[in-house]
Write a protein that binds this ligand. Structure first.
Ligand SMILES: [Zn+2]
Length: 165
């Protein structure tokens, strides 16, 4: 539990800088932690915690929204790949107790491996096979990916303008 919920607050405030696209069941938002430039999340309008709490219409809307923003990211950033992931429960690495589906454009040279530290520790997650994640520099990396509001607004606008018509 987290009260107030920061994702509900974002939706309630109608934060135009943060919201890339709105649907009946979902919002696509820029992730304030830019592990990769352009990293987004599709969140539910309804405050629910995990995949297990979703209705069928929400399930469908989430994947449709994720595909739309993935197409925008390909158009805007020409990534080598698009990573999607989603955590359910503290023991899966979930940090925010409101459903969020990550959509991440992957670029060459990312020193995180597959994503945030809890995933980066998996062996060969985007690194040469057999290379383990070096956690010694994670505090500096975390600081580096904390984008300013101005940077986030610019990134969100670039993605928004690249959405398929
Ligand atoms: Zn919430």
């Amino acid at each position: 539990m987290r009260d107030p919920c920061d994702l509900c607050e974002t939706a309630a405030r109608d934060d135009r800088w943060a919201i890339i696209e709105e649907g009946e069941h979902t919002l696509t938002v820029i992730n304030p932690w830019q592990f990769e430039v352009g990293q987004c999340c599709v969140i539910t309008r309804r405050h629910v915690a995990t995949l297990l709490d979703l209705s069928r219409p929400e399930c469908e809307a989430i994947l449709v929204a994720a595909k739309r923003v993935a197409e925008a990211l390909v158009s805007a950033y020409d990534p080598l790949g698009i990573l999607t992931f989603q955590n359910n429960g503290v023991y899966s690495g979930q940090e925010t107790p409101h459903f969020h589906f990550h959509v991440v454009p992957r670029q060459k040279g990312s020193d995180w491996g597959i994503g945030p530290p809890q995933l980066a520790t998996f062996e060969s997650a985007g690194r040469p096979r057999g290379t383990l994640h070096d956690a010694s520099d994670d505090a500096r990396r975390r600081e580096r990916v904390r984008a300013s509001a101005t940077q986030l607004a610019e990134t969100a606008e670039r993605i928004r303008s690249s959405l398929p018509k």
